[in-house]
Design a protein around this ligand. Sequence first.
Ligand code: IVH
Length: 670
Amino acid sequence: MTIEQAREQVATLRQQLEEYGYQYYVLDQPVVSDAEYDQLMQQLIKLEQEFPELVSLDSPTQKVGGEPLPFFEKVEHLSPMLSLGNAFNEEDLREFDERVQKAAAGEPVRYVCELKIDGLAISLRYVDGLFTLGATRGDGTTGEDITSNLRTIRSIPLRLKEPISLEVRGEAFLPKKEFQRINEAKEANGEPLFANPRNAAAGSLRQLDPKLAAKRALDIFLYGLGEEDLQDTIESHTEGLNYLQQIGLKINPERRTVNSIEEVMEYIAYWQENRPNLGYEIDGIVIKVDDFALRRKMGTTIKVPRWAIAYKFPAEEAVTKLIDIEIRVGRTGAVTPTAILEPVQLAGTTVQRASLHNEDIIREKGIKLGDYVVVHKAGDIIPEIVAVKSEKRTGEERDFHMPTHCPACERELVRLEGEVALRCINPSCPAQSREAIIHFVSRGAMNIEGLGEKVAIQLFDEGLVKNVADLYYLQRDQLLQLERMGQKSVDKLLESLEKSKSNSLERVLFGLGIRFVGSKGAKILASHLETIDRLMEATEEDLVSLEEIGPKMAQSVVAYFEQSEARQLIERLRKAGVNLTYLGAKKKSEQIGDHFFAGKTVVLTGTLHTMSRKEAAEKLEVVGAEVTGSVSKNTDYLIAGEKAGSKLTKAEKLGVSVLTEEEFLEKMQV
Ligand code: IVH
């Protein structure tokens, strides 16, 4: 290929990837499958490797993160990054409204209400449409240049849809799920956990190695223009946000423009109630005057604008007594302390346990048994002890010490190099085996219905299941002898176990609980190697050559299958009839090529009654369909559940075949 041909191909690929990336990361409406996207990306990477002179900073390949930095440079913001005044109740809001109304002098006032994202304030500078600089807020005048980390955020376009120069402001954050994933990985590694998504976002963006930042699925919402930009052409915040959206930036869709402080209050009440349903944390609502002329008239103080205010949700904190500290041995042997609390109402739930993470944290916070402590709960995250009420001490409180030996098997605990957590390294520790079974049956792994944590513990404690393979050798009469297990629950349990035998390989792999192999890692391994036998034969080298598999995971997988116990376990699973092959995308056409949905592109919308959309998508993928997020002329079928909305309208417009849930179920049988 000549360089000219390569240049042309590179340009086409970039354009395609930019558009698909935009649909996926900014609009949350993927138009192509992940596989298709990855394939185009691979093509581009290959071309850029072959012709390094074609690499450019705005190429979608640059999202993986560049070289580590020695330190962050300081940057001065073009206009100051202001903070916001706070309102804590209705009275504060009415006072704010009065000040605004006074400045408006009888003209009607419009407010824009936005969610106050609990993340990190960020400024992005674009020059002629190219992303050139990204910075933290710092002290408002000077921040830190974290461009190389921000480049890795998928929803930050490296190039805008117009060649324009401007500075935009927004909030970078970690979605709740990603926050949980990171903390789970940290826990498995015995590293200290992040206290909340904001700290996790800040920690991710303030590390010097962009490749590490790239591994965290950070996201961003932009919420404003720099003070000077476009004020001559754009007259209101609503217009400004729409414009930012139009040029490819990610704006929060939940914003609302209203005409009175009463409507502001309705918006606040709605989100106070519904915030648990959001995929990210918010800590309040921001209310902004819409009209720029009125904003200019009101002006700013040194620190905050007079035309905006942040309503802060009441802190979700409560004080209660720490009764005891319980020690739990996790499935990787990490020993973690959990606080047992006097039950207390917090954010709509009764809290009686809180995570303490590790001994260092107990010491840092000065926690003693019998202390009154402040517990904090954000959204649906595990509650945490944030402080001790030392003024409430009576002198009866006792120091807490971590045990030196495993509470389950009495083996001496060790602290591995570089880890904070204590660990029981006895491979046959019963506490670890018990946790391993709980994990294997869990929803993310084998998803065995009717077999939750309680039943798993019961089976283990009764000695019926010592390892996960034993599950598949359970006898009906053994189960019937268990407490609280009637005919019906036994039937259901056996049926679910039977059903789980046909799960695809990645579920088994994840279920085995191999260190560092999360559900995503398991999927990558399964899709590339396709059978457990090939995986068991793979060397570390083979595994690291797969994209996204690092040396830690590779080493752990190889070490796992070197153990004869692990191999025996696999053989018993196989003998029981558990499927150990990958049933996803690659094999579909060969295996089940004649299924009604094989090779078809399907979109799901609305509420289904017999299963969740996610389950339906999984089933469709198993039979060889490709499930995408939005309807286009390439869609073969739209499966429309109840309350189907815009996707149905679009399908009808494009003449895409629409199936009801019943029709879908019927066709699935074929
Ligand atoms: S506007 C001049 N809008 O809250 C106006 N801020 O306490 C500047 N924040 O530093 C801020 N979501 O980090 C604005 N929709 C939103 C926001 C938001 C989160 C953060 C931002 C700011 C802090 C002020």
